[in-house]
Every structure is written in structure tokens, then in C-alpha cells.
Design a protein. Structure first.
Lengths: 258, 260
């Protein structure tokens, strides 16, 4: 009697195999001659500059809300002066990188998925391939590397604005000078907090770019598949981010904070 | 005339041409899951020839030409382009074959994010690795004049009409000076006047650059203008072959139905 695996398991394994194949193509093409610098810079502009307002506002509100929510409880324990440190640690270590990565998964991964999906549907990728050009090098390598570079920068900017948000919230009911607030905030933060956080955002950037490219590049024919590619890119990239974060937290708690 | 009888027919156009074979397809089969798209395809394309492939939608015509440039691979059979088996080619070999083979997609497949000029420069800088700006600009200008649209160089694809997109798509393909052109429904969706202009342009380009072409079309006016030889595909295999007038008077009702 032969045993057949459920169709969903087969589909999952096939998808995993195809993703590995796609990753192999991506890695091989990074080091090929003829790197597309112009396209890479254009993607950095689109991914980085055009996400500034969304990421900036999100970061500011994160710090603002976190401060407003935690201040009354901290006051009950007479630990009001620890609010800046608490906000700084939680924003820099965890909330900043994860929330910004999830926001970027929604904005950037979906946009890459939809863009490459529509290029696939309108046969632009096929046209590139049959002309003898290398679509992986032009479309995928540039987008993934731009995400790897820009997501950490966006996260750092969001972290800074989150602290400004925290400062603004603290000053709604109190009068705390800027210098004092940031002294308190940074007193509790060290490079051991910042470096692992930045390293994990590099991986989040990779997940956002890679998943968007994979879903778009491998979308089926038909306009409906463009929407599916964009949607599944957001879902898959968000899952990757959560899983990568769980791994990163385990690793940093073992290596960085001990 | 029936394809199965073609070898016996000394008056067959393909034999009369008696020229170098550019593409040779033998017993090719291609299926997607349980659906067999190409069941048993045999055909050849000769140097300087325009071969028109007719057939209802979903008969596997596009799949066949995609197999010729390695976008898809056949399951069974032999498919040789320039005498080389496509499925045995290395990555670099396939790239070289693609440079020598132009492919015009149904809707032109212009790169949306680039202007017409950048679309035309793309294969020159990425495929031929040209660096000299003067040479690149000259070749772009030359090919744009060839398709009659020199003024559209700075336009975006979204600003072009269907016919203009096809012309620019053709220009982008011709800029690499291919030896074989594969046209996938080049006149679909165009009005009769623009269709005729595109068909005449294809013929003009074939004569100018001595290109061998496979033209997939439903447009009988295009087939009449461009085709040296016509083949009819049905259920994943060719059922008839001949000149336009031969097939127009075919005894097979299905073949004749294309000409009504």
C-alpha cells in the first residue's frame, strides 16, 4: 500500500523548493559582473525616500502612544523617571524594528509583488529574458539589496522619531527639558541593544524584498494574479518577519545580553 | 495539402525553397499536467522564409514558439534552432540563441517604467554591452526611423496607441539584428488599417534584414501579406501546410474555415 502525502504538504514543499531555487538565482546574480547601479539607486529612492513619511509618522506615534500608555502605571509605582529609559529600550530593541518592518512589508513587499506580477502578466519579464538580458539581476537583485540597505536606515530614523514622540508625550503633563529626557533615555541603552536590532533589520529587509520579488516574479498569468501576488507577498513577508524576530530574540538573549 | 503527405509533394513550398534550415521541430510533445498542448509537432523554418502558423486559440501555437527560445521546454521530441538542440544548451548557449532570435509579444511587452528610448537602449547596454553613447543613440534613432516613429523617443509606453506599442516592440527586437523573428499574434487587437501597416512593416523588415520569421496569427490579411508558407495547427499538431492560395482551396473544411 502506497502512502501519499496530503496535497497541501506537497504544495508547501514544492513552494519551499522553488523559493530555494529563486534564492540560489538571486545569490548567484549578486556577484555577476554588470551590477545595475542605476536601478539599485532608483530602488533605494523608491523604497527609502518614498517611505519616509509613513515610517516617520508611525515611529513618532509609537513613542507617543507608548509613553502615554505606560506613564500612569509607572507613576503608580513612583517610577515615572524611568519612562524615557523604558520607551528607549523597548523601541530600539523590539518595537521599532518589528513594527517598521511590518509596515514596510505592507507598503514595499506588496508594491514589489504587484509591480513584478504585472510585469509578468504583461510579458515584460519574458521579453527581458528572451532578449538575452538577465531579469533576475536587473529586477530582483536591485530590489532585494535596496531593501536590505534601506530598512535598517528607515528603522533608525523611526527609532529617533519614536523618542521624539515619547518626549512630546512626556511634556503634555510635565515640563521635561529635551536634554534631560534624552540623557535618561540613552542612559539605559547600549550598543548591545542597538547592534543586534540593526542586524535583525538587515534580515527583515531581505525578507521584505525577497518575498515581494518571489511572489511577483512567480505569479500566474491573468490580472487577478497581480492582486494575489501583492497580497500573498504581504502575508508571507509578515510571517517571515515574525519568525525571524523570534529567532533573533533567542539569539540576542543568549549572546548579547548575557 | 495534408502535412502527412508533404514529403511526397515535390511542389511543397518548403522543399522548393531548399535553403538552410533555421528551426527544425520533430515529434515535439508538451503537456501541462494532464492537458496535452502539443501532441506531435513537426515543422521546419528555412532561411529568409516567412512561415505563418494558423490555428484556433488554445491550440499550442504560442507554446511552440516559447519552446523555441527556451521559455518553455518540450517534454518529448527534438527542437533545434540554428542546428542546436535547445534543451541541451547551457545558460550561456541559451543566451546567445536568444540574442540571435527576436520575439515580438502580443502586446509589445514594453517596459512600463522606461521611455521608448530607454526601452530601445536596454538590450544594447545589457545584452550587447555597448558603452559608446553616440553609437547607442545612432542605433536607437535608426531603428525608430525604420518603424516610422522617430518622434516617440521620449514618450512613455502608456502614451502610445496599440499599433505604436507593437511598432516599438518590433523596433526593440530588431535593434539586436536577429536572424530569426518569432511574432506572437502581431496584429491582434488592432484596426484593419494599422494591422495592414504592421504586416507590411514586418515584410519590409524581413526583406531589409534578411530575417526568417514564424508568424502566429488569426489575421488572414496579415497571413496573406506576410506568409511565404502557411501551416495550420489543430489539437496540438499541424494538419495542413501550403501557400495561401493552396490552403484557401483546401479540401479540409477546418482549413478552409480560416479563409471565410
Amino acid at each position: 500500500m502506497s502512502i501519499t502525502a496530503p496535497a497541501s504538504i506537497i504544495r508547501l514543499l514544492r513552494d519551499a523548493g522553488e523559493q530555494m531555487d529563486f534564492m540560489k538565482g538571486f545569490l548567484r546574480n549578486i556577484f555577476r559582473s554588470g551590477f545595475e547601479w542605476n536601478e539599485f539607486l532608483r530602488q533605494c529612492f523608491i523604497i527609502g525616500y518614498k517611505s519616509l513619511s509613513l515610517v516617520g509618522i508611525t515611529g513618532f506615534i509609537l513613542g507617543f502612544v507608548l509613553t502615554l500608555q505606560s506613564e500612569p502605571t509607572m507613576k503608580e509605582f513612583g517610577a515615572e523617571s524611568f519612562v524615557p529609559s523604558m520607551v528607549a529600550i523597548s523601541i530600539i530593541r523590539e518595537i521599532g524594528p518589528v513594527i517598521i518592518a511590518l509596515i514596510c512589508a505592507g507598503k514595499i513587499s506588496s508594491s514589489i509583488g504587484a509591480e513584478l506580477g504585472s510585469m509578468k502578466v504583461s510579458e515584460q519579464i519574458d521579453a527581458m529574458e528572451v532578449s538575452g538580458a538577465n531579469p533576475i539581476q536587473y529586477l530582483v537583485v536591485t530590489r532585494v539589496l535596496a531593501c536590505i540597505l534601506m530598512i535598517p536606515l528607515l528603522t533608525l530614523m523611526a527609532d529617533a522619531l519614536a523618542l521624539m514622540g515619547g518626549f512630546t508625550a512626556s511634556n503634555l503633563n510635565n515640563d521635561i527639558p529635551l536634554g534631560l529626557y534624552f540623557n535618561k533615555a540613552f542612559a539605559a541603552v547600549s550598543f548591545a541593544d542597538l547592534i543586534p536590532a540593526v542586524i535583525k533589520t538587515l534580515f527583515f529587509g531581505f525578507a521584505i524584498g525577497f518575498v515581494g520579488c518571489y511572489k511577483g516574479y512567480n505569479s500566474n498569468r491573468g490580472t487577478e494574479s497581480v492582486g494575489i501576488a501583492a497580497n500573498s507577498a504581504v502575508v508571507a513577508a509578515s510571517l517571515w518577519i515574525i519568525m525571524l524576530d523570534a529567532i533573533a530574540v533567542q539569539l540576542t538573549s543568549v549572546f548579547a545580553y548575557n | 495539402m495534408k502535412v502527412t503527405e508533404k514529403n511526397k509533394e515535390t511542389s511543397s513550398p518548403s522543399q522548393a525553397l531548399n535553403r538552410q534550415v533555421m528551426v527544425s521541430v520533430s515529434h515535439v510533445r508538451k503537456a501541462f499536467g494532464p492537458k496535452v498542448v502539443l501532441s506531435d509537432v513537426d515543422m521546419s523554418l528555412h532561411k529568409g522564409e516567412n512561415l505563418v502558423v494558423l490555428g484556433k486559440s488554445g491550440q499550442g501555437k504560442s507554446v511552440l514558439v516559447k519552446c523555441m527560445v527556451g521559455l518553455l521546454m518540450q517534454d518529448v521530441g527534438s527542437l533545434k534552432v540554428f542546428g542546436e538542440e535547445v534543451k541541451d544548451l547551457s545558460e550561456e548557449g541559451l543566451r546567445q540563441l536568444r540574442i540571435r532570435t527576436g520575439f515580438l509579444f502580443q502586446h509589445g511587452a514594453l517596459y512600463d517604467s522606461m521611455t521608448v528610448g530607454q526601452n530601445l537602449q536596454f538590450p544594447l547596454t545589457r545584452v550587447l554591452k555597448l558603452k559608446d553613447r553616440t553609437e547607442i543613440e545612432q542605433r536607437v534613432r535608426e531603428v525608430l526611423e525604420g518603424v516610422g516613429l522617430p518622434e516617440s523617443i521620449d514618450k512613455m509606453p502608456s502614451d502610445l496607441s496599440g499599433g505604436m506599442r507593437k511598432r516599438i516592440g518590433l523596433a526593440r527586437t530588431l535593434i539586436l539584428k536577429p536572424e530569426i523573428m518569432l511574432y506572437d499574434e502581431p496584429t491582434t487587437g488592432l484596426d484593419p488599417i494599422t494591422s495592414r501597416e504592421i504586416s507590411e512593416l514586418m515584410l519590409q523588415m524581413q526583406r531589409k534584414y534578411q530575417i526568417s520569421s514564424i508568424i502566429i496569427t488569426h489575421d488572414m490579411a496579415c497571413a496573406k501579406i506576410t506568409g511565404d508558407r502557411l501551416m495550420v495547427m489543430n489539437d496540438g499538431a499541424f494538419i495542413a501546410e501550403g501557400t495561401y492560395s493552396e490552403l484557401e482551396n483546401s479540401e479540409d473544411a477546418l482549413v478552409r474555415s480560416f479563409f471565410i
